[in-house]
Write a protein that binds this ligand. Structure first.
Ligand code: ADP
Ligand code: MG
Length: 261
């Protein structure tokens, strides 16, 4: 019988960590109709922290990160991003959303726009950056993800791995302080997973605050400071990767690891 409880879970490593808090979630509840997906989630993410979020399908991983980015509205609890309470005003929430980049499983590039235009759209339309500056920024980040030579192509002309790298560059063009990834490699053919993970590893090295839903456990071991294991809408493990892989507390995490490793 598992006795862990989302409302009382504590990170084993946030103690003695003096970094500022980037995301502070308390008592977060989210339901779809009668079905409660997230149950009283408490979570603190420090600036520059790299967190891998894993758990069975349907456990609420996407819902949790979508709530952070306000793509979903929670029914209860609070989410503070850099000390701004997202529930307070929609203006504050809009400002905060600009600081958060998100990358989805299915890339979600605009199909009718070139790679370059995908990257310049938001900086120009949301932040009022000039086209010249936006293009410089776009080329800078496209180079960082190793895809500058594809700038004038359309998404359909690129491989899945290339499209996902464009999606990462596009998010970085908004100069986010936090990056959220929702299974960024799950839709990729196996040979393309590494090229995207390489980009994520490099991004982690820059000190970016990252919350990544993934089942790439090699990546979690290499990059994550903490692994969160979500099951049934509750965080039931929150520990460094070595603890998660070597001695998970709950039977549910043990079963999960037995299935995917
Ligand atoms: P995960 O990402 O861990 O697979 P999700 O957060 O996508 O899980 O979903 C958690 C649960 O919420 C699932 O049972 C899913 O069917 C349900 N759910 C997700 N989105 C919606 C929605 N828009 N409407 C109704 N139910 C949803
Ligand atoms: Mg999901």
């Amino acid at each position: 019988m598992n006795t862990s409880n989302a409302s009382t879970h504590q990170s084993q490593i946030s103690i003695n960590d003096s970094r500022n808090v980037a995301i502070n979630i308390s008592g977060l509840n989210k339901s779809y109709g009668d079905y409660q997906v997230l149950k009283n989630i408490d979570l603190q993410v420090k600036e520059g922290e790299r967190i891998v979020l894993c758990g069975p399908s349907g456990s609420g991983k996407s819902t949790l990160i979508r709530c952070i980015n306000q793509l979903e509205v929670a029914q209860g609890g609070h989410i503070f991003v850099h000390d701004t309470d997202l529930a307070l005003s929609s203006k504050a929430a809009d400002n905060v959303r600009r600081e958060i980049g998100m990358v989805f499983q299915h890339f979600n590039l605009f199909p009718h726009m070139s790679v370059l235009d995908n990257c310049t759209l938001a900086p120009m339309s949301v932040k009022g950056v000039s086209r010249k500056e936006a293009e410089e920024l776009a080329r800078h980040y496209l180079k960082k993800v190793g895809i500058e030579s594809q700038a004038n192509k359309y998404p359909i002309q690129l491989s899945g791995g290339q499209q996902q790298r464009v999606a990462i560059a596009r998010a970085l063009c908004m100069k986010p302080k936090i990056m959220l990834f929702d299974e960024p490699t799950s839709a990729l053919d196996p040979e393309m997973v590494a090229e995207v993970l390489d980009v994520l590893v490099k991004l982690a090295d820059t000190g970016m605050t990252m919350l990544c839903v993934t089942h790439e456990m090699g990546f979690a071991r290499q990059v994550a400071e903490r692994v969160l294991f979500l099951d049934g809408g509750q965080i039931i493990e929150d520990c460094p990767p070595e603890t998660f892989f070597n001695s998970p507390k709950s039977d549910r995490a043990k079963n999960f690891l037995a299935q995917i490793l």
